[in-house]
Design a protein around this ligand. Structure first.
Ligand SMILES: [Zn+2]
Length: 214
């Protein structure tokens, strides 16, 4: 295709093909014919990731231990009448998912209902001790893990008091986390800190400079 000077320079491959394709990559080569030197030219590109069509594996983000999946349980049961999120339907979710991305990494403050905010890695003081994500594989029929009446969760599908956790430096670990559903440390022992306690029920996860696991 050849673009005229006043033509839109965005190439939409889906529009060219007339439909969306999954697991595909498009390549473009661009030549510019110009009577004068052109400085500061830029080629911009974008990636489209459509989570709804991650191949045929719709459970890509579901942990094998999860009896939920966790995000479905949260939306339909635990948070069904909680104002910030009620009304969200499972169809609105991009995909079934067991994993919780900590609030501190995408918002201001540590409350559940916060303003989205871009955060940077340099704000993390202890990358190997700061948890970024955990697996919330849970058994929703066990009300010591999912307490719909009281709106609480304490996923334990990987074992009592255990979370599988991903740290900012990229390593993963099983973290001992002896917290009850209301956020009270119950079987605390020396050497294990309470995962960022600054938010509601100890689930604040709000400080990037906090050491979650010493
Ligand atoms: Zn898991």
């Amino acid at each position: 295709m050849t673009l005229k000077p006043d033509e839109d320079y965005v190439i939409d491959f889906n529009a060219l093909l007339g439909h969306e394709t999954v697991r595909s990559v498009a390549y473009a080569v661009c030549y510019i014919r110009s009577g004068t030197d052109q400085h500061g030219l830029q080629i911009w590109w974008a990636v489209t990731i459509n989570l709804k069509s991650i191949g045929t594996n719709g459970s890509f983000y579901v942990c094998p231990a999860d009896r939920g999946p966790f995000n479905f349980v949260m939306i339909t049961k635990v948070w069904a009448s909680w104002a910030p999120v009620n009304g969200i339907k499972t169809n609105d979710l991009l995909c079934p998912n067991s994993y919780w991305y900590w609030i501190a990494f995408f918002s201001q403050g540590s409350d559940f209902a916060q303003t989205p905010h871009q955060r940077s890695v340099s704000e993390v003081k202890y990358p190997s001790q700061k948890i970024m994500m955990e697996c919330d594989a849970a058994d929703p029929k066990d009300n010591s893990q999912i307490d719909v009446v009281n709106g609480g969760t304490l996923p334990q599908a990987h074992g009592r008091d255990r979370f599988t956790t991903l740290f900012v430096d990229g390593h993963a670990s099983i973290t001992w986390y002896p917290i009850t559903m209301n956020g009270t440390p119950t079987r605390h022992r020396t050497g294990v800190w309470h995962i960022d306690p600054s938010g509601p029920f100890g689930w604040g996860m709000g400080s990037l400079d906090w050491i979650d696991v010493p």
